[in-house]
Design a protein around this ligand. Structure first.
Ligand code: ADP
Ligand code: ASP
Ligand code: MG
Length: 816
């Protein structure tokens, strides 16, 4: 004997039922077969919704019922030849009229009991099983048997407990007395000792199948559904979830207990006791292997994954009993649990603080009010005496759980779990580890569930594969180059670093687009052009709202309002990578706050490209400082623009035209006066000094500007015109230097806490002399580099090198 169960989706319509018939047709060749079926997908919900509406006087239930009836009739029409329809048509009409009568009655009484709900819900399986049995009879002989005559439960309607003694006896004697190669049984429904219809709880058809399998000591039980097996995570939450081909009963039970809907939790117990193997199979891909659930332990199966699966339960609330009066006095928890059990409230998770003065219990959110009232009532005296506080209730919570027998043999799993969640800003309200060490569960905000599942999946199953979700602000010179570089490197990163970069958002001054599944990089320009209007605040809000794991906000603008958003992002543990210097060069207090926030919220604020574009300047200082070195002096030429200008200015073409050329080639700030006036260099030396551990502000930096005051007024056009007028001044500076055999360099120094910037004549023997094109150079004099400085030199401006520095920072965020 074998038992096959087909779920709601498998029997949702005629086309699917045909697939079921063909699967059963093949299976029956091997052995006698019991086929347990669910209601047509969604019908149980419709029936329960309809009767709920009826009980509140809402007449819209009629239209719901009409649609439900039409679905059954269509199914019947397409599956069964008209000459064989007489009996089934009568059965359906009878069911429809009973359903309507039930709704009418409830509507008149304005009252809906659990017993009536069970009665109502039972019609789903009754109708589906009748249709399927009749449809099968078109192909082979199949008998129908009423589960309500065989499965006996108590009268706890809604979620009745099975009386196994009576049930096994009933099933066994029925199968002795009646013979058929194929039996069709409605799942989910049963009856109490008085014959009143009950149900086995939502999803209970799986349980029906297991009850039959156990009673008949079947060779195996097959649960046919719409996925190809039990997966490492709910596939609706994690697209990377993988099929688990073999799993032990205990693990499967644990996973389903913590929310893996693919199998109803009580299902495993009856078959486990008899070691009947359970297969999860896909009706829509019957050739797929599926999952085998058996008594083999994970280690025997050769599965060396630490974690077998991850699951979650939503709509949880946490109740906490707290009070100094609880310490050392036995009996508090006993009374708490008694109060809950009297109310038939199921406890999902318990944690007790080690100081014993608080105990938290996770329960179904729907039970919150009942639990609070019952517990407060039981502790009325203690509350009045202030020995315990009134019960604390937190709602909108969920549980995520790691399940796996191997966890027992590996220490540090919970540490990894909590640090992975922490890195992504997920706050954990309570934790519990099952005493068998087969599960570790955490209570978190429902809003964070999807993110948490993906983080944990990545942490425990995809150690080889990490997804970064990148949101870019700015699609100017640097932004464009950055996107092109990402596009070019994407496969390399996947293969070599096991990093998957997903471009999830783009914003420029005109348009913005966000796509959780990723923007097709090669199409970014058209996608952005056709997208909605830019709104920076909305962009940031949506990034936060989406709550994706490993989110990185990349600022390749030079705008103040964008920099002003970092704080909000960091507070959500979103990494910020900026080539925009405004934040790092703002008041020290703000710079420090952002750095501290990054640390506090376990994320990163990286701005390597603020100094020397892609050159590893800030990274080098950080390495020096972290390894215990002290920076005494920094000497640097930090403006690619000014270098370009002084290297190209030879007095033949005007100084203004050389500046213009630098701007046209993309080496200047959008406003070139920031470069020419030295402000940009001041910002850079200040950032370096800060990164070396100094408290320093812009106002304290001495700027010996070579620019005539008049040139710095008005618009950018005025600036160019005015420089032409001052050509003589620039020519004199140049001549003075060349007469001494020197070159002009705009030098920044930091020494003894003091920063200075200004134009200097540099002698050929000096370290700063040989600097060409738009190169930058930084000299660090430190404890370790006392006489000969540590020199970093190379192209310090330009969109491509800046973009590559930003890119490197993006990759760096993935390394925490
Ligand atoms: P049926 O109607 O066949 O009983 P269910 O909807 O009850 O099907 O269960 C199957 C669904 O369970 C799948 O479609 C899947 O979305 C969901 N599910 C949740 N967690 C898991 C998991 N760990 N593995 C597989 N499926 C899961
Ligand atoms: N039809 C019932 C439900 O939707 C039982 C089941 O499908 O397993 O809950
Ligand atoms: Mg199910």
């Amino acid at each position: 004997m074998q038992v096959l169960k087909f779920g709601g989706t498998s029997v949702a319509n005629a086309e699917n039922i045909q697939k079921v018939i063909s699967i059963v047709g093949k299976a029956m060749d091997k052995d006698e077969t019991v086929v347990v079926v669910s209601a047509l997908g969604g019908v149980t919900d419709i029936l329960l919704d309809a009767i709920q509406m009826a009980s509140t006087g809402n007449q819209d239930y009629f239209s719901k019922l009409e649609l439900m009836e039409a679905r059954h009739l269509t199914c019947k029409q397409s599956l069964i030849a008209s000459e064989s329809q007489l009996e089934i048509s009568g059965i359906l009409q009878q069911a429809f009229s009973e359903i309507r009568n039930l709704c009418e009655g409830v509507s008149m009484l304005n009252e809906l009991t659990a017993r009536t709900k069970d009665k109502m819900a039972s019609y789903g399986e009754w109708m589906s099983s009748k249709i399927i049995a009749t449809a099968m009879q078109q192909h082979f002989s199949a008998a129908w048997v009423d589960a309500r005559k065989l499965i006996v439960t108590n009268s706890n309607f809604g979620s009745a407990s099975v009386n196994f003694e009576k049930t096994n006896e009933g099933i066994q004697s029925h199968f002795v007395q009646h013979k058929s190669r194929v039996w069709v049984v409605p799942g989910f429904i049963a009856a109490d000792v008085n014959g009143v219809t009950s149900t086995l709880g939502r999803g209970g058809s799986d349980y029906t199948a297991a009850i039959f399998a156990a009673a008949l000591t079947a060779t195996h039980l097959e649960i046919w559904t719409d996925v190809s097996g039990m997966m490492t995570a709910d596939p609706r939450l994690s697209t990377n979830a993988k099929i688990i081909s073999q799993i032990s009963y205990q693990e499967a039970m644990e996973l389903s207990h913590f929310g893996a809907k693919v199998i109803y939790p009580p299902t495993i117990q009856p078959v486990m006791n008899l070691k009947i193997p359970v297969w999860i199979k896909n009706t829509f891909a019957p050739e797929d292997y599926g999952t085998k659930i058996s008594d083999l332990q994970t280690t025997e199966l050769g599965n060396d994954n630490i974690v077998t699966g991850i699951s979650s339960i939503n709509n949880i609330c946490l109740i906490t009993l707290e009070g100094s009066g609880m310490v050392g006095i036995p009996g508090f928890s006993k009374r708490l649990f008694e109060a809950l059990s009297n109310e038939k409230i199921n406890v999902i998770l318990i944690t007790q603080s080690s100081s014993e003065h608080s105990i938290s219990v996770a329960i179904d959110g729907l039970m919150a009010e009942r639990a609070v009232n019952a517990v407060n009532l039981i502790f009325t005296n203690e509350i009045a005496l202030q020995k315990v506080e009134p019960l604390k209730l937190e709602t909108n919570l969920s549980i995520v759980a790691l399940v796996g027998e191997n966890m027992r043999n590996h220490s540090g799993v919970s540490g990894r779990m909590f640090s992975a969640l922490g890195r992504n800003g997920i706050n954990i309200r309570a934790i519990a580890q099952g005493s068998s060490e087969k599960n570790i569960s955490a209570v978190i905000q429902t809003h964070d569930v999807k993110k948490a599942i993906n983080i944990l999946h990545e942490e425990f199953f995809e150690t080889t594969f990490k997804q970064l979700n990148v949101f870019i602000a700015g699609t100017g010179n640097v932004g464009k180059k950055l996107i092109a570089q990402i596009d070019q490197q994407i496969n390399f990163l996947r293969e070599k670093l096991h990093i998957n970069i997903r471009l999830t958002g783009l914003l420029n001054s005109r348009k913005m687009v966000i796509s959780e599944s990723g923007i097709e990089i090669s199409q970014w320009e058209t996608t952005l052009q056709n997208a909605g209007d830019a709104d920076l605040t909305k962009y940031i809000e949506q990034i936060i709202e989406l709550n994706l794991r490993n989110t990185i906000f990349v600022d390749v603008t030079a705008h103040e309002p964008v920099a002003a958003m970092y704080e909000m992002l960091l507070r959500k543990s979103i990494a910020v990578v900026a080539c925009n210097k405004i934040a790092a060069a703002s008041a020290y207090k703000n710079y420090k706050k952002l750095k501290d926030l990054a640390r506090e919220f376990n994320t990163q604020f990286l701005f390597e490209t603020n100094v020397g574009a892609g050159l590893p300047v800030i990274g080098t200082i950080n390495d020096l400082i972290h390894s215990g070195d002290t920076v005494h002096k920094i000497e640097a030429v930090l403006s690619g623009t000014l270098n370009f200008v002084f290297n190209h200015y030879d007095g033949k073409s005007s100084f203004a035209s050389v500046v213009k050329q630098a701007q046209d080639e993309g080496y200047t700030e959008p406003d070139p006066r920031l470069d020419l006036g030295g402000t940009d260099v001041m910002r850079k030396i200040m950032i370096l000094a800060r990164e070396a551990g100094n408290v320093i502000e812009m106002e304290s930096i001495e700027n010996n500007s070579f620019m005539p005051e008049a040139c710095m007024q008005g618009t950018v056009d005025d600036f160019y015109a005015s420089m032409e007028g001052h050509e003589l001044h620039f020519k004199q500076l140049l001549d003075a230097a060349s007469n001494n055999g020197n070159k002009l360099k705009f030098v920044a120094t930091f020494e003894n806490g003091k920063a200075t910037v200004g134009l200097q004549q540099i002698h050929p023997a000096h370290n700063l002399y040989h600097l060409y094109g738009k190169d930058n150079v930084v000299l660090f004099y430190t404890d370790r580099y006392q006489d000969q400085p540590l020199v970093i030199k190379g192209a310090g401006a330009g969109a491509a090198v800046t973009a590559s520095g930003v890119f490197a920072d993006i990759i760096r965020t993935s390394k925490i």
